[in-house]
Write a protein that binds this ligand. Structure first.
Ligand code: SAM
Length: 247
């Protein structure tokens, strides 16, 4: 770790949705652990892509309220958790105490507080669609991973965003506005939609080999909780999952 303190990590002008996540930190801590989209769709798919994590050093990039951070710690990994939202950082610390390094940092900026080839796995779930330019973040993930290190990501599925947001030009990378219901308010969230090639090629260009691409089905518990949404998800992808290896 270099001389920059945790508080010194810069927030980029390219950052979007920071205020939204600041506002939603308590909501994430209290309610998102059990949300069907997370518990019965996103997490089973991401976990299926993870190699053995015991004894591994893992970066949880976009940790929010720390669900993955805690899960990884419980499985015997050591974890660096990062997020650009100070409130999310507080929620992760509340969940895991001092058992992980929890750092406020922006993925639009160099991760120069993490040494070269010092991490075994980078896990970034549902976070990279907030990053416009993937070249820097992918080359930073590649730099900090040791040889044979693994990158596991989940993001909005490009087909879903193109269709649901009724876009005209698939080939653009564009900023979209969404509104989420939380326990007590609607929160505006902005994110980037991009074509599939703009997802795959920055990963390859940064020095990864793509090992697996997943368009999963929800697990059966989703059907019990929300049969209609379960049915939709068995016909329409919501998230895209990728496992890539450093080469
Ligand atoms: C949808 S949440 C995903 C949380 C968690 N990974 C999960 O799957 O439960 C996205 C997280 O990414 C963080 N985030 C968004 N843009 C970021 C950026 N530029 N740098 C660091 N974190 C960012 C947000 O603060 C938020 O906590």
């Amino acid at each position: 770790m270099n001389s920059k303190s945790k508080q010194d990590q810069v927030i980029s002008n390219d950052s979007i949705s920071l205020n939204s996540y600041e506002e939603m930190a308590e909501y994430y801590f209290k309610y998102v652990d059990t949300k069907p989209f997370n518990a019965y769709y996103e997490r089973p798919a991401t976990i299926s892509l993870l190699p053995q994590v015991k004894g591994k050093k893992i970066l949880d990039a976009g940790c929010a309220a720390g669900w993955y951070t805690k899960w990884l710690l419980d499985k015997g990994a050591s974890v660096i958790a990062l997020d650009f939202s100070p409130n999310m950082i507080e929620m992760t610390k509340k969940r895991v105490g001092n058992s992980a390094k929890v750092i406020k940092a922006d993925l639009n900026e160099p991760l120069d507080f993490i040494e070269d080839e010092s991490v075994d796995i980078v896990l970034s779930s549902l976070t990279l669609h907030y990053i416009k330019n993937w070249n820097l973040v992918m080359s930073e993930f590649n730099r900090i991973l040791n040889s044979d290190g693994e990158l596991i990501i989940s993001i909005h599925h490009p087909f879903m965003d193109f269709r649901v947001f009724n876009r005209e030009n698939y080939f653009l990378t564009e900023l979209l506005d969404d509104e989420w219901n939380t326990n007590n308010a609607k929160v505006k969230v902005r994110f980037y939609r991009r074509p599939l090639s703009e997802i795959i090629n920055p990963i390859i260009d940064a020095g990864f080999i793509i090992e697996r691409l997943l368009e999963p089905m929800p697990i059966e518990e989703f059907k019990i909780a929300h049969p209609n949404t379960f049915d939709r998800l068995t016909k329409n992808p919501q998230f895209l999952f990728i496992r890539a290896k450093k080469c």
